[in-house]
Design a protein around this ligand. Structure first.
Ligand SMILES: NC(=O)c1ccc[n+]([C@@H]2O[C@H](COP(=O)([O-])OP(=O)(O)OC[C@H]3O[C@@H](n4cnc5c(N)ncnc54)[C@H](O)[C@@H]3O)[C@@H](O)[C@H]2O)c1
Length: 397
């Protein structure tokens, strides 16, 4: 693929580093930045022939096969619509929109134009995530009851993130979009998210947006997806997920503990890892950040899907559902009540009821729990199928 990169900032550099690493065949051809000198510098750093400060011109270049939108949130819609006008495949970074209305307009535009569109949700592509998901889909965790996803760091690196108008919100929109999509994958994308309860506050920074939030997303089958996001967390970038099912558990730590620990008095000059706050003492560097964050796996899926004419794992529709869930979170943070997730376009299952499975112990009782005590004794806790009485029975003294 010949790729046009829109934006020359933080994520554009991460994407470019990924795409031009390890002899990959998909290459960036050109870059757009509103500031020509930034575009020129980016082009020089990544060996690109073309750069410019006119977005449409870069997109319309006949040599371009796909466009990556790596611009601030308030420019995603404009950039996606420019790709639609030029009939170019488009890959857009997260969050898709600042809200569900924006995301829905983008979704409808790409579908109407019949162009390939992918949602660049990298954290749903890390090796750990993909293996956990495969394991969950194979039934190893049984029915998923509760997922917890946490992204917390000391706050983003550019002005526009902190301005609610341009970003669409604070930590909820910036980090919650990752957590919500991680949980949706684990719970099952076909399960409808129904309502959200969220606490949000601006605890530290002089901004209008929230710098800390916790939310619960309730799904139609009774599962709960919990998100915890913060721009006030100290100590680096904390990316952790937990999945709890009727048959098992998964715990993931994607960044602060990747198995690389280092102590230094701080004599040298070194980059440790994204959002690391210290370069001395005990440190937790990350070997290949792009890989740990899922970028190579994500681009492979996107370009494979494009070539095969199929949908990628993360689509604009997913981006729209995420925005709808976050809209409800913002409402709930204000109303302090459960707020409905409004999905005018729902493509998953409908009318799923919460199932509660009762394990039969014998004809008379259900089994609640089997326990082996420290002294080796074994007992079962049972419920009478008719009277509902709960009692225990010793199996071994
Ligand atoms: N893990 C991830 O997937 C991830 C991580 C970081 C950022 N992002 C997303 O990437 C996008 C860009 O974030 P970033 O971290 O690269 O930001 P950044 O500030 O580092 O870079 C933004 C780029 O857009 C340009 N820009 C800023 N305002 C502009 C304007 N008004 N008109 C035209 N160009 C403008 C900047 O010059 C820069 O090239 C955001 O949507 C963000 O949410 C995704």
């Amino acid at each position: 693929m010949n790729i046009a990169m829109l934006g020359s900032g933080f994520i554009a550099r991460f994407y470019a580093t990924t795409l031009h690493a390890q002899r990959r065949k998909d290459r960036i051809l050109s870059v757009y930045s509103r500031n020509t000198s930034h575009a020129k510098k980016f082009a020089a750093d990544f060996g690109l022939n073309k750069y410019g400060s006119e977005m449409e011109k870069i997109i319309q270049d006949p040599e371009v096969d796909a466009v990556i939108v790596a611009l601030p949130n308030h420019l995603h819609e404009e950039a996606v619509l420019a790709c639609v006008a030029a009939q170019k495949a488009v890959l857009c970074t997260k969050p898709l929109g600042r809200n569900a209305s924006e995301a829905k307009r983008m979704l409808e535009a790409v579908e109407k134009a019949g162009i390939f569109a992918g949602y660049l949700e990298d954290l749903c592509y890390t090796s750990k995530f993909l293996k956990s998901l495969a394991s969950i889909k194979a039934g190893n965790l049984g029915k998923i009851l509760w997922t917890k996803s946490r992204e917390a760091h000391p706050g983003p690196h550019s002005d526009w993130f902190w301005d609610k108008e341009q970003s669409g919100g604070g930590a909820i929109i910036d980090l919650g979009c990752h957590c919500v999509e991680i949980s949706r994958n684990f719970i099952g994308k076909s399960i409808r998210p129904v309502e959200v309860m969220c606490w949000a506050a601006t605890q530290v920074h002089p901004i209008d947006a929230e710098d800390h939030a916790i939310g619960l997303v309730k799904y139609e089958n009774g599962a709960i997806g919990q998100f915890e996001v913060s721009w006030t967390f100290r100590g680096g970038m904390d990316l952790r997920d937990e999945v709890m099912g009727t048959e098992g558990t998964v715990w993931l730590n994607s960044f602060l503990r990747t198995g690389f620990e280092m102590f230094t008095t701080g004599k040298g000059e070194n980059y440790i890892a994204e959002k690391a706050e210290s370069d001395s003492g005990w440190l937790f560097p990350v070997g290949d950040e792009s890989h740990e964050l899922g970028y190579p796996q994500m681009f492979s899926d996107m370009f494979d899907a494009m070539e095969q004419g199929i949908e990628p794992q993360e689509t604009f529709y997913d981006g729209y559902v995420v925005n709808a869930i976050l809209d409800a979170a913002f409402l709930s943070a204000k109303s302090k009540k459960w707020e409905k997730v409004i999905l005018e376009d729902w493509r998953g299952d409908s009318g799923i009821r919460e199932e509660k499975s009762q394990v039969s112990y014998d004809e008379k009782y259900y089994l609640i729990k089997k326990e082996i005590l420290p002294n080796g004794a074994e007992k079962v806790i049972l419920k009478d199928k008719v009277t509902g009485e709960i009692k225990q029975k010793t199996i071994r003294d």
